[in-house]
Design a protein around this ligand. Structure first.
Ligand SMILES: [Zn+2]
Length: 458
């Protein structure tokens, strides 16, 4: 079959990307303030901004907002500025709330906000007070906008391993409350993650989720250590994973999510350009990529903005985009049962928005049969454990040669009578729809996610 490449896909507009449900799993609190908030906080706290900046334009210049940085010092300068006004409970509350507000307004439904409490103690705040202030800001954002979130506590590579251990203890104390995971951030060169192994041991010993910045400014050895010596469940960035094919396959086979932050990678020169970024290769190879902002302020971006760049630069179609969105929800550190429900809702909403665009445009949005088939695979895999009769295939073309795989339900697949959305990813459903054998089928570590039937069949 020849493809009509003149109009193969639905036109993925910024408006569409804004509207769809999204996640942000890698966003730094201290890199994501509003310019206006820094100016107001500085004024109120009597903090002098660099070169006396007192307008948003001057401040944007000083922090090199959105610019490609000359070097790491240049990049870190921005954090000196943001951290100078983030030393009070009120400021932390406000930064967290406004981050939640900004994200919610672009339809981010779930985010994991990371920061290191160690960097907010200059005026005497204690670790628990810092965590509570951020938590209260995020709770208020949830109350007002419904956005769900969790905190990730960061150890810092270039500060001492002892400090990381203190932060790991904090993480353990707040586990299952405000904090969902531990991270290691900071300068990657000359600071291997294994130096902080005591902190990681405490984290793992207490069954806390773990993500580590790795393969951003250092080679794949850093990713190898993060996964195998430190026990990371996700990898922050992973740009240089492509340099080690064996490790790349391991990450792929074990469905270890990558928190990709494309614009940030170019800003910090982890990659020279979008063209040389490994993301399109990772996507085509089947790696579980998620798209994130890293620093909304410093990188001058949003999740919508990142998705727009990715779609435009790599000519992604609606099927690719749907998978990236699903990956975001599936890779979150939400408790598994909640994650199933939230992912199901996101899939339903995504498909409804596609239908809405179809109606507006008066034509089928998905014109390419291969794209329709990719989406059908995603949806069918979600229902692979259900009798095929429950799955609506009306709007998609037949699946050539794949029917046998999806028509054979697991022997104890539930006869679900309740509405069960055919667009649900994996066997995502409400907890009431679970059957015990579904859980028995879960994969072991390192990934905390369920078995990935759609990844196997696609
Ligand atoms: Zn980061």
């Amino acid at each position: 079959m020849s493809l009509d490449i003149s109009a193969p896909f639905m036109d993925i507009t910024r408006e569409f990307l804004h509207e769809i449900p999204k996640t942000d799993l890698h966003v730094h609190l201290d890199g994501s303030l509003r310019l206006s908030t820094i100016l107001e906080l500085a004024d109120k706290q009597g903090v002098e901004l660099p070169n006396g900046a007192n307008t948003e334009e001057e401040l944007a210049d000083e922090i090199h907002m959105g610019e490609v940085c000359e070097d790491l010092d240049d990049y870190l300068k921005a954090f000196d500025v943001t951290l100078s006004v983030l030393q009070t409970e009120e400021a932390l509350y406000r930064a967290a709330f406004e981050l939640g507000e900004d994200a919610a307004k672009e339809n981010v439904r779930y985010m994991e906000v990371r920061y290191s409490p160690l960097l907010h103690t200059r005026e005497g705040l204690s670790f628990p007070v810092i965590v509570e202030a951020v938590a209260e800001g995020l709770r208020e954002a949830k109350r007002q906008y419904g956005i769900m979130s969790g905190q990730i506590i960061c150890g810092i590579r270039h500060i001492t391993p002892e400090a990381s251990l203190r932060l790991a203890e904090l993480c353990v104390a707040f586990k299952d409350k405000e904090v969902v995971a531990f991270d290691l951030a900071g300068a990657e060169v000359d600071n291997p993650p294994k130096d902080h192994k005591e902190a990681f041991y405490l984290i793992r010993n207490n069954n806390v989720n773990l993500t580590i910045h790795a393969g951003e400014a250092y080679g794949p050895e850093s990713i190898h250590q993060a996964i195998h010596m430190c026990g990371a469940h996700r990898v922050g960035h992973g740009v240089r994973l492509r340099e080690d094919g064996d490790l790349l396959n391991y990450v792929n086979d074990h469905r270890i999510p990558l928190e990709v932050c494309p614009s940030s990678n170019i800003q910090t020169q982890a990659c020279k350009s979008f063209e040389s970024h490994p993301l399109p290769f990772y996507i085509s190879y089947g790696l579980r990529c998620t798209i994130n902002t890293d620093n909304r302020l410093i990188t001058d971006t949003s999740v919508t903005g990142e998705l727009e760049k990715v779609v435009d630069h790599y000519n992604l179609n609606i099927g690719d985009l749907r998978r990236l969105i699903i990956n975001g929800f599936k890779s979150s550190f939400m408790p598994y049962r909640k994650k199933r429900t939230v992912t199901a809702q996101a899939c339903t909403e995504f498909d409804a928005i596609v239908s809405e665009y179809e109606n507006q445009q008066g034509e089928e949005a998905i014109k390419d049969p291969n794209v329709a088939q990719e989406i059908a695979f995603q949806q069918l895999a979600a229902d692979a454990r259900k009798p095929i009769n429950d799955v609506s295939l009306d709007r998609y073309p037949p699946l050539r040669g794949r029917e046998a795989e999806v028509e054979t339900p697991r022997k104890s697949a539930p006869e679900t009578k309740a509405p069960f959305d055919s667009s649900v990813d994996d066997h995502v459903g409400t907890p009431e729809e679970d059957s015990p054998d579904m859980d028995a089928d879960e994969r072991p570590e390192p990934s905390s996610d369920d078995d990935e039937s759609e990844d196997v069949t696609v």
